[in-house]
Design a binder for this molecule. Structure first.
Ligand SMILES: C[S@@+](CC[C@H](N)C(=O)[O-])C[C@H]1O[C@@H](n2cnc3c(N)ncnc32)[C@H](O)[C@@H]1O
Length: 257
């Protein structure tokens, strides 16, 4: 029997595989609709053999059908697997050089839709190149690079001069923070914390109260969703377009007297 459940309902009930991608892409598109942005960039850092990237592509297509917002999907990877770890901060206890190679980049490229591409090389080099390419505003960034050092380089994506390159609240998924060994002094979390100390107006925080807003409140992925706050975005400026009318708060106690 064909499913009559809408895409939004499936996302709400965690029925779309890789729930984090579904939630973040749909939320980013909803923000884009409100801001009149017709096209977004969705980024995956760390592609390996491309399961996550292909999943993002498929979900992006469904989100486009739902919202009308189109996506460019961009995956970043060395292509050769993990580089050598720098020190304990890269979790050599969990990951090693050469892990997770992209075994057949030709095959993956052939299977990707026309709106998706992979940028091969160290993110330290490919991110600055990508930022020069005049991309559509970045609405979603998935970090699955495992290492502190790689994530540190990848987060340059969120520090470009032009704040219009992002949504004012850009959705993020930070993958490698869930094992017992992960902590705020190593890995992806350390890179996020250091990013938040830098002298710019970009800050990455967990998505406020997301767990309480979900139907399945025990789902693990919820703790891996973050928001990149673009504090210098024109939408967050005092000079931003004023509200069309002054908002007034009702006081029901006054009416009851
Ligand atoms: C765990 S895998 C990604 C898995 C993938 N997201 C998936 O869903 O199947 C991590 C990937 O990060 C890539 N990587 C790690 N450090 C990198 C760096 N400095 N530059 C580019 N890619 C890097 C590795 O090549 C590896 O393929």
């Amino acid at each position: 029997m064909p499913s009559r459940c809408s895409f939004r309902t499936k996302v709400a009930f965690d029925l779309v595989v890789r729930q984090q991608h579904a939630f973040c892409l749909l939320e980013a598109a909803d923000i884009a609709v409100k801001r009149g942005i017709p096209r977004l960039t969705a980024v995956e850092f760390g592609v390996a053999n491309g399961t996550g990237l292909m999943n993002i592509c498929r979900i992006a297509e469904r989100v486009t059908r739902e919202t009308g917002v189109e996506f460019d999907v961009v995956g970043f990877d060395t292509g050769a697997g993990m580089p050598p770890p720098v020190d304990y901060r890269d979790h050599p206890d969990l990951y090693a050089e050469g892990d997770f190679p992209l075994q057949d980049s030709g095959q993956l490229r052939r299977r990707l839709p026309a709106n998706a591409r992979i940028l091969l090389g160290e993110v330290a080099a490919t991110v600055p190149e990508f930022l020069q390419s005049n991309p559509a505003p970045i609405g979603f960034v998935s970090i699955d690079l495992d290492y502190y050092s790689s994530t540190k380089d990848a987060l340059r994506l969120l520090a470009a001069e032009d704040p219009s390159l992002y949504l004012p609240t850009t959705l993020m998924y930070v993958d490698d923070i869930q094992f017992r060994e992960h902590n705020a002094f190593c890995g992806e979390l350390l890179a996020v914390n250091e990013f938040n100390q830098e002298p710019h107006l970009r800050r990455i925080t967990p998505y406020n109260f997301l767990r309480k807003r979900r139907i399945f409140t025990r789902a693990l992925w919820v703790d891996q969703v973050f928001v990149a706050h673009i504090l210098d975005h024109p939408a967050r400026s005092v000079a931003a377009e004023p509200a069309t009318r002054t908002r007034v708060l009702d006081n029901p106690y006054l009416a009851a007297v």
